[in-house]
Every structure is written in structure tokens, then in C-alpha cells.
Design a protein around this ligand. Structure first.
Ligand SMILES: [Zn+2]
Length: 445
């Protein structure tokens, strides 16, 4: 087990002293001043803010305790990579027009179902404290973020209901502009009605998210939407899965001016692992073949529909095709990913960068060596190799996200003047853990 169990203080002290001796001897044996990468990695609460696994749960009936195969996430890979918490993406594909909220609800249920099936290994989590508590219980914390503001169907009541169901961030747009926020994905498409950033209702959504304590996620949004959000928000924001535009010129990567604004805002940029966002050559090669790839994908979808008349086309029909085409382009080295972390750490600061893998959402198109969550320790090793300290690496692995999550929760309490936002999760957090804590304290004595 890579997790550290909570120990009585005296035992913890002895354990700490022993581990210091052990670490010293390892360091001496290696005659190097660099800390052991695996030790550094395993002593962190590793938090990833974006994985698209719920569509596998829902559309493929994938069980997280089984082998994910070519997928990035399963419980063994989570254990091997010491992944402590994942924000599962409730990604509402625009093809579900007319039933966006319904699709989101089904995906939310699919995450709960996994926790329900494996209570010994997974726990749902709804707060920064929950992540820490679940980690101390040697379990994996499952959280949720909605990807695509169209999921709320232009209704603030629905936004609040999603919060009550446990959703703790929302990406204001996906690749599609919705009725209140412009997306980077279609900003140059003249046939789409744009709003020059956020509409007045869009600003209300941001303010309500602040009041609720739901993190505002600016990944995917158009540049003007980003600046309108920064101007409107009363709490730090996150980019749940975005990389640096100075290194790779993808329109949904963040400019250095945006990175500086994130520092000022106190937020965090979680680096996306998708090769076309990390490596300029890969991005250009992917763009060059996109027309042929789209045609092939359309043909594959139509072929599936002919074989399954009247049925909804499952996401993996397109996914398999994208995987096949992605494999035609050489994968960039792991260095590409580390370069983006490094760049954001330099421009925004080490307190404003983290990991937002986009696992199970990029058709396997991640840098060489990163084949699943099990490979996360390689990132720690590469950062240490670049001269980052263990403390700095811990910030990137999850510390920064925890801080922002807490700041967002704090801002929400202030905005509500201490009044609770009533939801089943909030009620259980206010009652059950207190009982659990007193019970645990009783046992120690
Ligand atoms: Zn995305």
C-alpha cells in the first residue's frame, strides 16, 4: 500500500524518525543529494482534475475494478500510480441536445455506482477535507466536474441541483459555444452565434458558482470568456485541463498573459497530457490529417448505425477511430509534458500549476511513457531530475489544487455570510464525520 495510514502521534514520530534514517541511507547509498523519486511520489496526495472515464462507466458498463485494457484508469493503475483523487468528468456531448441535463445526471450516477460497488477501495468526496480524509483511509477519492456549461440548460436552479449532487467544478464551455459563454473551439466559426465572452447570465453563473463553492473552470473557453470570468469571479478559478500556448499554439492552451492572471487570481492551471496540446509538431500533424480523420469517423459512425438501427452510437465507435489515426503520428517524449509544467511554474509560479491529465479523453494520445495513471510517478521523477524540490513537486501533484479548493470553499462561506448551502453532502459532512472523529478519538484512549 502506498498510502500512509493515520497513526497515534508517538508512533508517527518514531515512524518519521525511522523513515528519515531510511531516506538518509538511501541518499547516501546513491551518493546523490536528490531525494528518492518513488518516496516523494508516494508521500503525496496526488490529485488529477480531469478524466473522461464516466462515459466508459455508462456506455461500456466498464467496472473500475477490472483491467482497463487500453484505457488509462482502473483501480490497479490508480494504486500503482498512487493517484489519490480524481475529478471524473461529466462531459455532456453536444449531440445530446434537448437532454443535456439528463445525460449529465446519468453520468453522475455512473460515478456513484463505482463507489457503491467498491466501498472498500473508493469513496465519493465533496470537499478538500474529504480528499484528505479519504486518503487517510487508504481509499481513492472520486469527485466530479461538469464539462460544458450547456449541461445546466440555461437554468441556475439546475446548476444548484448539480452542486447538491456533488459536482465541484464546472467548465464554462466545452468545445462548443453555449447560450451564455464563447468557446475557443468554435470562436472562428461564423455560423455560430457568439456573445463576445460571457453574457450577463454567464456572469450570474460564475457568481452563483462562487456562492455555492463550485470551482469555476476556464479550460476550453474563448480568450474573451477567460478575461470576463477573471473580472467577475470572487474566488480563485481553475483550468482543469489546459497547457501553455507559448509552447504549443493550440487555441485552447493558455497564453502567458493568462498564466500571469491566474497567479494574480490565486488559481491553478492543471496541465493537459494530450500530445496535440503539448508538442507543436504533433499538433500540426494532427491538424493536417483532421479532414481525412473526420471523414473516416463519419463513415465508421454511419456503418455502426446501419448495423444497429435506431440505437444511440456509443462513444467508443469514434474513440477507436481516433485512436487508430492518432497512432499514425509519433508520440512526443515525456519531456514535452514536463516542459509545459516547467513553463507554467516559471510564468505563473510553482503555486499555480498541477495535473489535469484528460485521461480516457484523448484516445490514447499521451506522451511516450505515459500510458495510464500507473505512470504518474515518472512525472515526479522527471521534475526532481529538473531540480524541483520534493516540496515543490508535492504542490504540483495535488497541494496547489487542495489550496484552491479550500480557498473556493472559504470564499463561498464568506459570500453566504456563514449560512450553509443545504445539500445531502453538506449535511453528512456536518454530522457524520464529527461522530466518526469522536469515535476514533475514543479508540485511541
Ligand atoms: Zn476537455
Amino acid at each position: 500500500m502506498q498510502y500512509n495510514a493515520p497513526l497515534p502521534r508517538s508512533t508517527a514520530l518514531i515512524r518519521l524518525l525511522l523513515s528519515c534514517f531510511a531516506l538518509t541511507s538511501v541518499v547516501m547509498a546513491q551518493t546523490s543529494s536528490k531525494p528518492n523519486a518513488r518516496t516523494v511520489h508516494d508521500s503525496a496526495i496526488v490529485i488529477d482534475t480531469h478524466a473522461d472515464t464516466p462515459q466508459r462507466f455508462l456506455d461500456e458498463n466498464f467496472d473500475i475494478a477490472t483491467d482497463a485494457g487500453a484505457g488509462h484508469i482502473d483501480l490497479n493503475k490508480i494504486r500503482d500510480g498512487n493517484l489519490g483523487a480524481e475529478f471524473f468528468s461529466i462531459w455532456v456531448e453536444p449531440k445530446f441536445k434537448g437532454q443535456f441535463a439528463h445525460r449529465a445526471l446519468a453520468l453522475i450516477d455512473s460515478v456513484y455506482q463505482q463507489a457503491q460497488r467498491h466501498p472498500d477501495r473508493i469513496s465519493m468526496a465533496f470537499s478538500a477535507d474529504d480528499i484528505v480524509r479519504v486518503h487517510a483511509q487508504k481509499k481513492f477519492a472520486a469527485l466530479m466536474g461538469i464539462e460544458g456549461g450547456h449541461a445546466i440548460e440555461n437554468d441556475i436552479h439546475v446548476l444548484r441541483d448539480f452542486y447538491r449532487l456533488g459536482v465541484r467544478y464546472m467548465t464554462l464551455t466545452w468545445s462548443n459555444t453555449n447560450e451564455w459563454a464563447d468557446s475557443s473551439g468554435d470562436i472562428n466559426n461564423q455560423s455560430v452565434q457568439h456573445h463576445n465572452g460571457l453574457t450577463d447570465f454567464g456572469r450570474d453563473v460564475v457568481r452563483e458558482m462562487n456562492r455555492l463553492g463550485m470551482m469555476v473552470d476556464i479550460s476550453h473557453v474563448a480568450d474573451k470568456t477567460f478575461w470576463d470570468t477573471i473580472e467577475t469571479t470572487k474566488a480563485p478559478v481553475i483550468a482543469s485541463h489546459s497547457s501553455a500556448r507559448a509552447l504549443t499554439n493550440a487555441p485552447r492552451n493558455m497564453t502567458d498573459e493568462m498564466l500571469a492572471a491566474m497567479k494574480k487570481n490565486g488559481g491553478v492551471v492543471m496541465v493537459n497530457f494530450y500530445s496535440a496540446f503539448l508538442d507543436e509538431d504533433y499538433r500540426k500533424a494532427a491538424a493536417a490529417q483532421s479532414k481525412d480523420e473526420n471523414a473516416a469517423e463519419k463513415a465508421a459512425v454511419e456503418a455502426w448505425q446501419r448495423e444497429h438501427p435506431g440505437k444511440e452510437v456509443p462513444y467508443y465507435v469514434g474513440e477507436n477511430l481516433q485512436r487508430e489515426w492518432g497512432n499514425k503520428i509519433p508520440r512526443p517524449p515525456l519531456k514535452a509534458l514536463i516542459d509545459h509544467i516547467d513553463h507554467i511554474a516559471k510564468v505563473a509560479g510553482i503555486d499555480h500549476v498541477g495535473l489535469g491529465s484528460d485521461f480516457d479523453g484523448v484516445s490514447g494520445q499521451t506522451p511516450a511513457g505515459i500510458n495510464s495513471a500507473a505512470d504518474l510517478p515518472k512525472i515526479t521523477a522527471a521534475l526532481l531530475e529538473r531540480g524541483y524540490t520534493a516540496e515543490q513537486v508535492h504542490k504540483v501533484l495535488g497541494g496547489n489544487l487542495l489550496r484552491v479548493f479550500r480557498d473556493v470553499e472559504h470564499a463561498a462561506r464568506e459570500l453566504r455570510a456563514g449560512a450553509p448551502e443545504w445539500s445531502p453532502a453538506a449535511i453528512s459532512a456536518a454530522t457524520a464525520p464529527a461522530k466518526a472523529r469522536s469515535a476514533a478519538a475514543g479508540k485511541k484512549q
